[in-house]
Unconditional design. Sequence first.
Lengths: 318, 53
Amino acid sequence: MSDIQVDLAGRAEAALGGQGTVGDYFALLKPRVMSLVIFTALVGIVAAPGSIHPWIGAMALLAIAIGAGASGALNMWYDADIDALMRRTALRPVPRGAILPGEALGFGLTLAVGSILLLGVVVNWTAAALLAFTIAFYVLIYTMWLKRWTPHNIVIGGAAGAFPPMIGWASVTGSVDLGSIALFLIIFMWTPPHFWALALWRNVNADYTRAGVPMLPVVAGEGETRKQILIYSLLLIPVSLVPAMVGAGGWLYAVAATALTVIFLYCAWRVYRLREGPAAEAALKTLFKFSIAWLFLIYAALLAEHLLGLPAFAPVFG
Amino acid sequence: MNPPMVNTPFGPEDMARRRKRAIALALVLAGLVVLFFVTTVVRLGSDIAARSF
């Protein structure tokens, strides 16, 4: 009898499957994150020494973008339980019931394997290995482990978002070099202040508490989070100049990076000083929005420098 | 001639969603065919031009 009940339940679930729209599946790819991945990977391809056939470069970008989408789908498959508890994520396709968890898992795994094979066969296997590591890191290390375990989740997990320019670079050179590590470090160090500014501004503590996710503002409090934002913003000053020290950036990049990071630091200082009222909220909003512009502009400066053929500094290291 | 669909758990809206998804999948597959063909030409093109026969 119980077997029949189980079977019927399985049939009922199967009957409910296959209801997602094309838009729902597109949402599984986290398109906004994907656009950032494509841009930073493009800068990695352009900034890398050497050359790549434009079509092969475009295929590398496509594979990296699909790999990022796969990571998003697998993240939404695993996190459906906590996504359902948070306002920001409750309307995602899996918690909303538009796509079954198994469908999201199958979709994500198919895209992951496809993107890695595409990058390996068409471009090179070093880049493919990095893409495989990035997807595994985001899904296994960040999503399944760190996110629900430590308030430093976003610090270490942010590495997953920092790999795309390194993969783009490896698509050209077939190797991991100091220049690509410099591009990695910029996003790695940028992620915590960017995300914590959003968490404080949107006041999502209640959401994370309900979902049992130990984000820093929940565990350590707003004061400590503001201090950490300031510390990471200070670290961005030397980190943003590393590309110029390892021969990947020149005058244009160095001047743009310095100016942008000084403004970033000023925004972070205001967040640290202003703790209450509309001014504090405005400071958080300004820092969050400027952090997006900062990453775009600093990478755009590097892109422009290489497209214009401007010389890079002689490497201090490497 | 196909028999009319009866006893299906899917209504007209569900079937329309499925149809759109099937069309999207077909377009993706067709796109992949073009991508792989052009990639093959790009990767092998110079070697084919340089062959000895």
